[in-house]
Design a protein. Structure first.
Length: 334
């Protein structure tokens, strides 16, 4: 078995250590003690994980609970489970919240009119003598600021923003190694595999979230195939695109080059430019074609720009299809 603890690759899992965010976490802890902090960052930058790692008495997602009343009901369910908020006006619900820290996720997901009133009221609670702390989360503080009027913004988030930048490849790799150590059995993954997943993750919209899910799905595939360790082809299978529709409209020389890359990296993550050229030379000879250096470079650049060939940290590779399957599909056409 490769997986020893699948739950530790669940997106809701909060690790014991949050890597690569030391300074941001220090600042969040400092700001929230003064009453408020706004965490801003793209998908997969660790916003929710960090907020929950720091901790709160209630957590509410504003894409699910889009009105002020629904948000307050959800908070009260968690801090006062015996309290019945049904039929009570919003102000009565506010009166029940004191001395708590609240995590408000995806705050920009609220109805715009509800958002303005909620943000204003929340930010004024300490002026009313309430000891409420809040950690608000948004994908973009710039967009959120545009959604609020100047007065509301100044009390709600001004001078209290912590922006999470996307992880670098090195940081992504460090995070994935740590998550692998927590969740997988020893000797079931290696540097090449983790580096390969990091290459995919930093290109994705989901970023670290994509990396963790890919590590999980690759492990499940490897286990299902009775592999002793996660293989590069397991990762490619887990990251597989739906179809090969582009192959049918490609020129023969392009297909041969893609075939050469797939053949060169079918048993490993990365290959060099020279390895690809060697494989291509054999294919050209087999098919009786002539391609000079200039034309080869032009075709190679085209496939690289179209994302059929990818340049990773350690060389060229294919990310979106299992290489062995890609070889079979191309051979059907040529």
């Amino acid at each position: 078995m490769i997986l020893k603890d699948e739950k530790k690759l669940d997106l809701s899992y909060i690790p014991d250590k949050i890597l690569c965010r030391d300074e941001e976490i220090k600042r969040i802890k400092y700001l929230v003690k003064s009453g408020k902090v706004l965490i801003s960052g793209g998908v997969g930058t660790g916003k929710t994980m960090i907020a929950r790692y720091i901790g709160g008495d209630a957590y509410v997602n504003c894409y699910i609970n889009r009105t002020e009343h629904r948000i307050l009901e959800e908070i009260l369910k968690q801090i006062k489970p015996r309290f019945n908020p049904s039929g009570l006006p919003t102000q009565k619900l506010w009166n029940e919240i004191d001395g708590k820290r609240i995590i408000i996720d995806e705050i920009d997901g609220m109805d715009i009119n509800e958002l303005k009133h909620f943000a204003y009221t929340l930010s004024r609670q300490r002026e009313l003598g309430k000891k409420i702390e809040y950690i608000a989360i948004t994908r973009s503080y710039v967009i959120l600021k545009q959604m609020l009027d100047e007065a509301t913004w100044s009390t709600f988030a001004q001078n209290s923003i912590v922006e999470l930048k996307p992880y670098s490849w090195e940081q992504m790799r460090e995070i994935l190694f740590y998550r692998a150590e927590e969740s997988l059995n020893r000797n079931c993954y290696d540097d090449e595999t983790i580096s390969f997943i990091a290459d995919i993750a930093i290109r994705s919209v989901g970023h670290a979230r994509t990396g963790v899910l890919l590590l999980l799905n690759s492990s499940l595939l490897a286990d299902a195939k009775m592999h002793k360790k996660i293989e590069v082809e397991d990762v490619r299978e887990a990251n597989r695109e739906e179809n090969f529709f582009e192959l049918n409209i490609m020129e023969k020389e392009e297909l041969l080059l893609l075939l050469s890359v797939a053949d060169a990296c079918k048993n490993k993550a990365y290959v060099s430019y020279d390895e690809i050229k060697e494989k291509m030379a054999l294919r050209i000879e087999q098919h009786g074609l002539e391609i000079n250096e200039k034309k080869f470079e032009k075709i190679f650049k085209k496939l690289l720009n179209s994302d059929l060939i990818n340049e990773g940290k350690y060389g060229y590779t294919i990310l979106n299809f299992p290489a062995n399957l890609l070889i079979k599909e191309i051979e059907k056409i040529i």
